[in-house]
Design a protein around this ligand. Structure first.
Ligand code: ADP
Length: 191
């Protein structure tokens, strides 16, 4: 099994690059943002709880997203590997993921971390908000809150994987294809 984490702040291009990476490497895409939005559109109790938190740009509680990921892993026993997108986002989530993957004897091969300047992030997210239908992309106050959550709670996740020498920084500016090819070069070194 070959498991990767695609990491980076909101708007760094994780969703776009994930689509291309899963197609090329045959991985199962696990995006906690997508899983949460699916709960919201199905109006489940979990979705209702998550929506008000997401609309403020804050992180959903760890136990909620860890539970979702644990079910998704169990639901895909034959996967060749997983691409985690938007998860783990806190140190507690990273530790929980390691434990879940230990049971499967399938550790994280690498964390690919997209680097994008803050001005570019805000520009991209506001632009995405024009068409994405995502309420958290239309308001600059909410976008800034998400970036603040990233700095306060999520950036430390990279420190966690640095201890295991698994972090690879990748420049996240340029064309979609340029960024994709940088990611593929790093993955191919480790596959
Ligand atoms: P982005 O990275 O562009 O903000 P996502 O779709 O990854 O978009 O996440 C949207 C929102 O979903 C986040 O702002 C947060 O409220 C919630 N969320 C997604 N993943 C997690 C997670 N792993 N832990 C906590 N909250 C999460």
């Amino acid at each position: 099994m070959f498991n990767l984490i695609l990491f980076g702040p909101p708007g760094s291009g994780k969703g776009t690059q994930s689509e291309k990476l899963i197609a090329k490497y045959g991985l199962k895409h696990l995006s906690t943002g997508d899983l949460l939005r699916s709960e919201i559109s199905r109006q489940t109790p979990l979705g209702k709880e998550a929506k008000s938190i997401m609309d403020k740009g804050q992180l959903v509680p760890d136990e909620v997203v860890i539970g979702m990921i644990s079910s998704a892993l169990d639901a895909n026993p034959d996967a060749r590997g997983f691409l985690f997108d938007g998860f783990p986002r806190t140190a507690a989530q990273a530790e929980a993921l390691d434990k879940l993957l230990e049971l499967k004897e399938a550790p994280i091969a690498a964390m690919l971390a997209l680097e994008v300047s803050e001005d570019e992030l805000i520009k991209r997210l506001l632009k995405r908000g024009e068409t994405s239908g995502r309420s958290d992309d239309t308001n600059e106050v909410v976008i800034r809150a998400r970036i603040t959550e990233y700095h306060n709670k999520t950036a430390v996740v990279a420190d966690y994987y640095k201890k295991f020498d698994k972090v690879v920084m990748v420049k996240g500016e340029g064309t979609i294809d340029e960024i994709f090819s940088r990611l593929c070069t790093e993955i191919d070194k480790r596959a």
